[in-house]
Structures are given as C-alpha cells and as structure tokens.
Design a protein around this ligand. Structure first.
Ligand code: SF4
Length: 365
C-alpha cells in the first residue's frame, strides 16, 4: 500500500486513511470528513499471501489478491476498509476478510442498488448515503458539515472536469498512454487537492494540434493493469483515444452539479447521473449507446475489450459489445487478464496484429 504517503497524511494533516475496494463509492463524503481514500485494486501481481486460498479459484483476482493482501497485513497502514456493493465477490469479501482473513479494523459497506433510477432506488441510495455518512463521521471523529460536503462536491467535479478534458483531448495531449494512465490513477490515493494540481499541470500541456500520430483505439474494460498492455499498444503504433475503463473514464462524472440544498441529496442525485456501468446493472442498451457514442466522438478505428477473468458483470456485456460493433463493421479485440505483472508475448503479438489490421482499415477507408 502507499504506506509512506499514508503516514505523511496522518502526521501532517491528522487524517485517517480508508482502504477502498472497487469501484463506485461516495468519495466526496470521505473528503468532507478529512478521510484519505486509498483504493485497493488487487493489488496486481501474484497474491501476497496464502489467504487467497480462502475463496474459490474461480473468484476474480481483484478479490483473491485483496484478501491475501489484507490478511498478510498489506493494508495495515489504513485505519479501516470500505466495501462498495460492486458484485457478489466483493460482497463475499466483506464477510470473509473480517471473519477469516484476519481483518480486525473497522469495515464499512456501501450498498447501492442495481438498475436504473426509480423512486425506490433513489430512496434507498439516499438512506444508504446517510447511514454511511453517520458511520464515517464517527470513524473520523468529526461531524459532517454541509458546507464541507458542498466544497468536496465542487472539488471532485472539478477533478472530473479536468479528467474529462484530458481524455476527450487525448489526441492533442503530448503524453504516452502509460504516462497519462499513471497520472489519472494517482487519484486513487492522492489527497484530491494534490491530484487536482497535477491534472491542471497536464491540462496546460494540451495543445491545439494533434500530438498523437498512431492508430486511435477505444478501450473498455475494468482496470488498466498491467500497464505494459498500454506500452505494447503504443509500441505497436496505436494509442487510446477513447476510454471506458471502470477504474478511469467510466468513473468521470460529467453531469452538472446542483448549487443549493441538501448536499447529501445532491450526492444521491449524482449517483444516478453517472455513466452506465456493468457493476451497477446498467441497462445494457443504454451502455451500448454510451459506448458507440464514445467510439464516434473519439475517432477510434477499433475497440479493445480488456476484462478480468471471472468478472461476471463485465463478461456479461461482451457478447452485446461484440454484436453491436460487428454490425458497424468495427474490429473488436477481447483481452482477458488476471492482474498479471506483465502481459505475455502472445498478447503482444495479438495487439500488434490488431493494430496492423486497424492500420489497413484506415488506409482502405
Ligand atoms: S473484477 Fe468483477 S468480479 Fe471482481 S471485484 Fe471487480 S466487479 Fe467484482
């Protein structure tokens, strides 16, 4: 975990740190309560201890690695952990980690409903947010002040606005894909104001002219791990011009923020305005409309679907993604990973062949 950074946040600012499992959670609440969120996407690589064996081998590597990591003391720098209601596997982890995985610090859950915005779902989310706010306020040892929550909402929407600017202006941004994704993913652990400053610096590098000359591709998937996949893509002569990674572009909130009233109600309203995500059981046709719109806007020539093995929510949508883009004669490459430290030589070859195909498509167009 980011132990040195967490220690500094504690000593310099007196902040508590919360390890957070993927994906969607009300980070604004944590910021308003002066709690540092440190997201736990695995971590990548082989499990860091024997406790991965406490769950079935057909559970995804995010959950297996997180369990092993927590049980081995890897997350001990955090003062607690938050399990969002992402999928059955994370729900299971929320039980297994404290019961059998040796996790003894506070554990919180955020149960968001699946499906579209309907009165019952809105009522449920509002109640969940209030309940979590109370629990986190007790954890942080401070009360939730509405003005601080409004400030956190504004701060996070500003971060989203800059992230959207960088992703949408990708072609004019003089960075490699690994450089851009490293920057965007620093938001998973940095204090938000520090991340905002870094994003502003990157935004200032956006030019008027194209800074990328490779073959533009769109990626949809879970988490950009390992980063060598993007390095291989760049080396093959392509770059990511449209991003729908659950860890990255899909989490960028593009809806306008309200300006008055109860900030918790606004947080709840924003929840239903987020981009479609398989883990929130988004209406599949809405998700496909979103993806085809992103594809058209980005100018991509092909689509890479990068999923994690055994990730049911993401795997469920793949046939529809294939069908939709096949009907538009758009090449699609499906890649399945397991948070391995490096991609295989075989995958490098597949990426190279895909980029070559897209290059020919471009010349034929
Ligand atoms: S990778 Fe898929 S199955 Fe695993 S925790 Fe994430 S959403 Fe759940």
């Amino acid at each position: 975990m980011r132990n040195a950074y967490i220690a500094n946040q504690k000593s310099a600012h007196g902040r508590k740190a919360l390890a957070v499992l993927p994906i969607h959670y009300p980070k604004e609440l944590l910021t308003a309560l002066d709690i540092l969120a440190v997201e736990l996407w695995g971590p990548p690589g082989p499990p860091r201890g024997p406790d991965a064996g406490r769950v079935q081998t057909y559970v995804c590597s995010i959950v297996r690695n997180a369990l092993a990591f927590m049980a081995a003391g890897g997350a001990d720098a955090a003062d607690g952990v938050l399990f969002p209601h992402t999928c059955d596997s994370i729900q299971g982890l929320a039980t297994v980690a404290p019961d059998m995985g040796g996790w003894t610090k506070p554990a919180f859950t955020f149960q968001h409903p699946k499906g579209s915005s309907r009165p019952s779902a809105r009522t449920f989310v509002a109640a969940e947010l209030r309940s979590l706010a109370e629990e986190l306020a007790a954890f942080a040892g401070r009360s939730l002040e509405p003005e601080r929550l409004w400030a956190a909402l504004r701060l996070h929407r500003e971060i989203d606005r800059l992230r959207a600017e960088l992703l949408d202006g990708r072609t004019r941004l003089p960075m490699t894909d690994p450089e851009l994704y490293r920057l965007l993913r620093r938001g998973e652990f940095l204090w938000p104001e520090e991340h905002l400053a870094e994003l502003r610096t990157a935004r200032d590098a956006l030019g008027d002219d194209a800074a990328q000359s490779g073959v533009p591709v769109m990626i949809t998937g879970y988490v950009p791990e390992p980063l060598s996949l993007l390095e291989a893509l760049n080396d093959a002569g392509a770059y990511v011009c449209g991003d729908d990674y659950a860890a990255v572009g899909r989490r960028v909130q593009r809806a306008l923020l309200g300006t008055a009233g109860d900030p918790l109600a606004e947080l709840s309203r924003q929840y239903f305005l987020a981009s479609p995500c398989s883990t929130r059981s988004a209406d599949q046709s809405a998700r496909l409309r979103y993806l085809t719109d992103l594809f058209d806007r980005s100018g991509a020539r092909g689509v890479i679907v990068h999923v994690l093995k055994f990730c049911e929510p993401e795997l469920f949508d793949i046939p529809a993604i294939r069908r939709t883009f096949a009907a538009r004669k758009v090449p699609v490459l499906v890649v399945e990973g397991e948070l391995e430290p490096e991609i295989s030589g075989q995958l490098v070859t597949r990426l190279e062949a895909f980029v070559e195909l897209l290059g020919q498509t471009r010349r034929a167009a």
